[in-house]
Design a protein around this ligand. Structure first.
Ligand code: M6R
Length: 365
């Protein structure tokens, strides 16, 4: 039921304070600064021997995998490879011993993701699943895994499942990190910052009207560019996917520094550029990338950290969001991008929950 919401997508966006909490509830240990994911079914003495991780998925779930790579490599110092399931399954992937393969799928029915699971199993690998739908084919065929507990997601555009998947990536990074390089104190900091995320998401949701006004200024554009750096680069890709699938505006997500290697040629006053430029170690780098974009007269819309005073000098609109640890930022930075895409599509009068040519679960390859 949609309740008071006009569309399922909007309802699901607004559920995220709760669904993120549901993803980590009962899985964190503040005292030890660690996490547990019992469903993996792998004892700790075996988990700590893991030398490599493959994260395999499609669409939005693939973007969660890309973010997982940044978080797990940084916190747990284990090499992670994130790949589209459709590529992984047919390229004869190398899966060394002591590799964990995770397939990530909201529906648990995506044909390519299921194909990748079967391919990895055929090679003798241990394959775990991160799914939302209990008893789905992928959940059943995997060797174990984790449910994200997001509740049913009806809108074709995935929103709450994404933030729940990213939450699980964070728990996995903390769990593996605590077996290797992550100290108790640092682990405790991650846990307590994670617990603050739901109320910070709530604050961002309160900006919906403001974001709707921004959406009105870009709804008639033909193209849009999304920029980010570091862990917010995959978030830029996710923002672009949300916009293109429900508003039919062509959009691309790019790492900001790549602009000068081609895409900057596209920029003129008709090109909106949506940039994630929150306070993190790469802030100064992206700021200078954005100055270049501004010099070409792009309409710059930025996502900034509360208290930032610089971005307003070069941006037409700034969306201020609360601060958090760099590795947790995607859980916040994606929210305004979901709201922006939703409002653009709704202002255009489109069928937000069921965009043309798309199905909720893609059971053909
Ligand atoms: O159910 P899955 O997570 O396996 O679905 C994967 C993609 O089909 C899905 O994320 C798709 O890209 C969404 N429509 C994106 O919003």
């Amino acid at each position: 039921e949609k309740g008071d919401f006009k569309h399922f997508m909007l309802k699901e966006i607004f559920e995220q304070p709760l669904t993120i909490e549901n993803a980590f509830r009962g899985r964190i240990n503040q005292h030890l600064g660690t996490a547990r994911l019992g469903g993996l079914g792998i004892p700790n003495f075996e988990l700590r021997k893991i030398k490599q991780i493959h994260l395999v998925a499609c669409g939005t779930s693939f973007h969660a995998a890309l973010i997982g790579k940044y978080i797990i490599e940084d916190i747990a110092r284990i090499p992670v490879f994130a790949e589209y399931a459709s590529e992984y399954r047919y390229r004869n992937p190398i899966i060394p011993e002591d590799t964990l393969v995770f397939v990530i799928s909201q529906s648990g029915e995506t044909a390519d993701t299921l194909g990748a699971l079967r391919e990895a199993k055929a090679k003798g690998a241990r394959v775990l699943a991160i799914t939302n739908v209990v008893g789905s084919t992928i959940a059943r065929e995997s060797d174990g895994g984790t449910y994200i507990h997001a509740g049913s997601e009806i809108g074709v555009a995935s929103t709450k499942a994404f933030t729940s998947q990213v939450t699980i990536m964070t728990l996995l990074a903390i769990l593996l990190g605590r077996m290797n390089y992550l100290s108790t104190v640092k682990g405790m900091e991650y846990i307590s910052e994670l617990e603050k995320i739901p109320s910070k998401v709530e604050k961002i949701l309160a900006l919906n009207e403001y974001i709707r006004n921004i959406a009105a200024t870009i709804k008639d554009c033909k193209n849009a560019l999304y920029l980010g750096r570091g862990i917010n680069y995959p978030v830029a890709m996710e923002g672009a996917l949300k916009l293109k699938e429900i508003s039919y505006i062509h959009s691309e997500g790019y790492p900001a520094a790549e602009m000068k290697h081609g895409p900057i040629a596209l920029i003129d006053k008709n090109m909106p550029v949506i940039a994630i430029a929150t306070k993190d170690p790469l802030y100064d780098k992206i700021y200078s990338n954005l100055q270049e974009v501004r010099a070409r007269k792009a309409r710059l819309i930025t996502i900034a950290t509360e208290g930032d005073t610089e971005l307003s000098k070069i941006s037409e609109n700034v969306i201020y969001i609360p601060d958090t640890l760099t590795n947790l930022q995607p859980l916040l930075t994606v929210i305004p991008l979901q709201l922006l895409a939703y409002n653009v599509a709704d202002l255009k009068g489109l069928n937000v929950d069921q965009p043309r040519n798309l199905a909720k679960s893609v059971t053909v390859e």
